[in-house]
Design a protein around this ligand. Structure first.
Ligand code: 4NP
Length: 153
């Protein structure tokens, strides 16, 4: 299984989602390929946000080695499943993918924990507090857990 997590900057939400799913798949010895990307390229090459690194570490997940990159249209072919954090990400992935767009592969990640809700993962970048990063971590953790259990069956 190859899974790509996508947000705007690839420094807050999607690296957390990548780290969480990687941790869970390693725990289950699943040998999945997991990556993340941003629809924007402003932070390319940067490690995750300091507070994202900190919250992940508090939960035993090490995302410090990750480096931001921008989503490219070829990602559409390379991955089996692409999870976006909000509807802006969804529309941007669709725009960048162009003729390679495959609707069946792309979904909002919180539809795994709350099917049909089309809910967004709150972006902790704006609030910039430990609490905001923790809330985001918990939402992503639940969604990743549900997804993994569904696929394992
Ligand atoms: P992310 O958060 O999409 O969860 O990585 C953001 C990171 C950077 C910016 C916005 C959101 N920015 O405006 O630079």
């Amino acid at each position: 299984m190859k899974v790509l997590m996508v947000c705007l900057g690839n420094i807050c939400r999607s690296p957390l989602a990548e780290g969480i799913l990687q941790y869970k798949s390693d725990e289950q010895k699943l040998n999945w390929e997991i990556d993340s990307a941003g629809t924007g390229g402003w932070h390319s090459g940067e490690p995750p946000h300091k507070k994202a690194q900190k919250i992940a570490r508090l939960h035993g997940v090490n995302i410090s080695p990750l480096k931001a990159r921008q989503f490219i249209k070829e990602d559409m072919q390379r991955f089996d499943k692409i999870y976006v954090m909000d509807s802006d990400n969804y529309n941007e992935v669709k725009r960048i993918a162009g003729d390679l767009w495959d609707e069946r592969k792309v979904d909002l990640i919180l539809n795994e924990s709350n099917p049909g809700s089309n809910a967004s993962v709150p972006d902790p970048w704006y609030e910039n507090t430990d609490d905001a990063f923790e809330t985001t971590f918990q939402l992503l953790n639940e969604a990743c857990e549900k997804f993994l259990n569904k696929i394992k069956k």
